[in-house]
Design a protein around this ligand. Structure first.
Ligand code: ADP
Ligand code: MN
Ligand code: MN
Ligand code: MN
Ligand code: MN
Length: 361
């Protein structure tokens, strides 16, 4: 209670300063992906409003403090690749997504965007679109238990929570609502949100986004979620199985289409893509998230990790063709295997390589 009052007081005090004139200066928050799949950021002042990414200066940080470089050679460079209106500072202030580069001119080892971008460029003519369904779980900031659950106990079994409405069925709707608006303000292509099967588990969808934009926008949406949750004093985890037992895990279903799948008769292209995916199951699984074996058990609306399967409207298959797509004969397919903690650059990268490439038998 003491903590809640002080958060409210601080918020009211801060509001006075947020309105102050910036005298034409712009604050750019540079964001990057660190050595463990978390995000980091720091801010700098720019002299004027930015209209193109090429106007943004390269920057650097101490990679030895983030597990991204050794102490004796610690500078890692931040190369801006996209920017978004900042929903927190508002005005002309921006959030800048960057790639990490080493000072010898090679991509930093956790910079998976660079390779992904090459693959997307090589297959640009196929106009690949993605839609990612990011599931995540909220945690208590102090003891790390599931947010809103009875201390030392459990809520009633799963059933009433998925898309639930009403007290005791949903938790932290205010956080989710704030994140939704923040994404819209930033220009992230957020296409929806819903409460998930496990209480305090939620999902947002980003897409359809073409090519490299998918990874960029998903990372930005995650950044915004972490930032919003920080303000509300709630923790976010992207772990695919935050709680063992009869509680759903968290995934990042990956919806995919190419230009040839999106026109009448496109089912042929969808079937051919699924055929190719079936031949690279293990290679895909290797990039589909850490601890995904705890989630892909064949229970809780998942397929077993051991083998590849697909089906129409089948939520227990590796790949699902939505019923409406089957009925119309064209559209997209859904890869249900990726875990919530994927790097979307790795997943969309191997996806375009498999679906748009020719795989030898
Ligand atoms: P589910 O029924 O599996 O819960 P959702 O509605 O949560 O599906 O998510 C579907 C996702 O598919 C959305 O992100 C949407 O943008 C995306 N999507 C829709 N059409 C296409 C398409 N043609 N290609 C790729 N993604 C698509
Ligand atoms: Mn310093
Ligand atoms: Mn969904
Ligand atoms: Mn879901
Ligand atoms: Mn889905």
């Amino acid at each position: 209670m003491v903590q809640e009052i002080s958060i409210l007081e601080h918020t009211a005090t801060l509001a006075k300063y947020m309105d102050l004139n910036q005298n034409g200066k712009v604050i750019a928050e540079y964001v990057w992906i660190d050595g463990s799949g978390d995000m980091r950021s720091k801010a700098r002042t720019l002299s004027k409003k930015v209209t193109d990414v090429s106007e943004l200066p390269e920057w650097n940080f101490d990679g030895s403090s983030t597990g991204q470089a050794p102490g004796h050679n610690s500078d890692v460079y931040l190369r801006p690749v996209a920017f978004y209106p900042d929903p927190f500072r508002k005005g002309d202030n921006i959030i800048v997504l960057t790639e990490c580069w080493n000072n010898d001119g090679t991509p930093n080892k956790f910079n998976h965007r660079h390779e992904c971008n090459k693959l997307m460029t090589a297959h640009a003519s196929e106009e690949i679109w993605f839609g990612l369904e990011q599931e995540y779980t909220l945690l208590d900031p102090v003891d790390g238990s599931i947010y809103g659950w009875p201390k030392g106990g459990f809520p009633a079994p799963q059933g009433p929570y998925y898309c639930g409405v009403g007290t005791g069925k949903v938790f932290a709707r205010d956080v989710i609502e704030a994140h939704y608006r923040a994404c819209l303000h930033a220009g992230v292509t957020i296409s929806g949100i819903n409460a998930e099967v496990m209480p305090s588990q939620w999902e947002f969808q980003v897409g359809p986004c073409e090519g490299i934009k998918m990874g960029d926008e998903l990372w930005m949406a995650r950044y915004l979620l972490n930032k919003v949750a920080e303000e509300f004093g709630v923790k976010v985890t992207f772990h695919p199985k935050p709680l063992k037992g009869d509680w759903n895990g968290a995934g990042c279903h990956t919806n995919v289409s190419t230009a040839s799948m999106r026109v009448p008769g496109g089912m042929k292209a969808i079937e051919s893509a699924i055929e190719k995916l079936s031949k690279r199951h293990a290679e895909h699984i290797a990039l589909y998230g850490d601890d995904n074996d705890l989630r892909l058990t064949g229970k809780h609306e998942t397929a077993s990790m051991e083998s590849f399967s697909y089906g129409v409207a089948n939520r227990g298959a590796s790949v699902r063709i939505p019923r409406s797509v089957q009925a119309e004969g064209y559209g997209y397919f859904e890869d249900r295997r990726p875990a919530s903690n994927i790097d979307p650059y790795l997943v969309t990268g191997i996806m375009v390589e498999t679906v748009c490439g020719s795989i030898p038998d």
